[in-house]
Design a protein around this ligand. Structure first.
Ligand code: PLP
Length: 407
């Protein structure tokens, strides 16, 4: 008899985006003349940078010719891309990361979900609340949590991000082994200071824990005093793995390319307290279960680091940040407390009411779709997330409609 992994039965069905879709469909059915503007989901809307498209085309042409055709590539990624990443994203910041420590993948979603395989079943996991749900659900699937009661899984240490701590969680009092941090944050849009990140790294070093630092939104940072990488912080190489993605940096959500940094010094321990390098273990996992990102996609990603590519990506991100400024300033002017949007595409707004009630008001009175904060965790209750990923004109129209509905 084939038995299932019963941990899957503990998963809470994610009704968030299907609930949103249902309410939007119902509203549209009853109001066929209303143009609905979607500022809910975190997907980009603008085309790929010209430099990436050019490199992409060229690489596709190479695949058509026997002389330049490429079959299976290295599982870890082509050295041209790993080298470009190490130099531009790390060494240029003074972070001593080498090309061999970079693993190219088809998404930070997969990497953030897969990485927990390297760790023991009985480790204690610390997860932010509100959170990008992948961190939590993949640990539930792996059997690291108990039952789900009163909105939370037993056995998980929740790192609360609230107005009181400026949406940067405090160091927990209890013992934790694997810590998920994401800055600039999804969903709150908050950024972390170098000092606060140093405290987390010091804590991880003292407690022999490991930090998974998700920097998928790093490209949105516009304050040079904020850390772009955890490896800018002293001592991080032994206790941190960093996740990055080209999805939001260069519009690759449909093209798929990301990477994970596992420094050679980064370690975890066996039951006898013996240290084991995580670089070798991740390499083993990656080579066993993954066959590499396609050659043309890696060439397109490499072009992000050319002078033209850099300028075009900056322009792309600036465009979304311009949308974010409009959203934030309008909501501020309407008297709503909000964070994010200055180093992030997300604005986290306190609605002064239930998350879904606020969602319904924006949908029915302004025809604007946002995401109810409660869908990201208990601490998200009372908040909504508005995404800056859309066309400028649509964002302006949406904000005019919100103003009329809420003023
Ligand atoms: N990490 C965070 C925090 C995200 O918000 C997202 C996407 O929304 C991802 C990772 C996924 O990135 P990718 O498109 O590379 O899978």
């Amino acid at each position: 008899m084939i038995n299932i992994n019963t941990n899957y039965l503990k998963l809470q069905a994610s009704y968030l985006f299907s609930d949103i879709a249902k309410r939007v469909t119902d509203f549209q059915k009853n109001n066929p003349d209303r143009d609905i503007i979607k500022l809910g989901i975190g997907d980009v809307t603008k085309g790929l940078p010209a430099a990436c498209i050019e490199a992409f085309h060229k690489a596709v042409d190479e695949m058509a010719d026997d002389a330049t055709f490429r079959g299976y590539g290295p599982e870890q990624g082509y050295s041209f891309l790993r080298k470009a990443i190490a130099e531009n994203d790390f060494q240029s910041l003074g972070a001593d990361i080498s090309a061999e420590e970079i693993f190219i993948s088809d998404g930070a979603k997969c990497d953030s979900g897969n990485i927990q395989e390297l760790f023991a079943q009985d480790i204690v996991v610390a997860i932010p609340d509100p959170v990008y749900p992948v961190y939590l659900d993949t640990n539930v699937m792996a059997g690291r949590t108990g039952r789900f009661t009163d909105g939370r899984y037993e056995g998980v240490v929740y790192l609360e991000s609230t107005k009181e701590n400026n949406f940067v969680p405090s160091i927990p009092q209890e013992n934790v082994d694997l810590i998920y941090l994401c800055f600039p944050n999804n969903p709150t849009g908050s950024a972390v200071s170098r000092e606060a990140l140093q405290q987390w790294v010091d804590f991880a070093r003292e407690s022999k824990a490991l930090i998974l630092f998700d920097a998928a939104y790093e490209a949105f940072i516009r304050d040079s005093s904020l850390p772009r990488s955890i490896y800018e912080v002293e001592g991080a190489k032994e206790v941190a793995i960093e996740l990055r993605s080209f999805s939001k940096t260069a519009g690759f959500t449909g093209t798929r390319c990301a990477y994970t940094v596992v420094p050679r010094q980064c370690v975890a321990y066996d039951a006898d307290g013996v240290r084991h390098g995580l670089h070798g273990l991740w390499n083993r996992r990656h080579c066993t279960k993954f066959n590499g990102v396609s050659y043309p996609v890696q060439r397109a990603a490499e072009a992000v680091y050319s002078p033209e590519g850099r300028a075009q990506c900056r322009e792309l991100v600036d465009y979304y940040l311009g949308n974010a400024r409009i959203i934030r300033s309008t909501m501020d002017a309407l008297g709503y407390f909000s964070v994010g949007g200055d180093h992030s595409p997300y604005i986290w707004i306190e609605g002064k009411m239930d998350s879904w009630e606020f969602f319904d008001i924006l949908l029915t009175e302004a025809a604007v779709v946002c995401t109810p904060g409660a869908g990201f965790g208990k601490c998200g209750e009372g908040y909504i997330r508005i995404s800056a990923f859309n066309d400028r004109q649509k964002v302006e129209l949406a904000l005019e409609a919100i103003k009329a509905a809420l003023d």
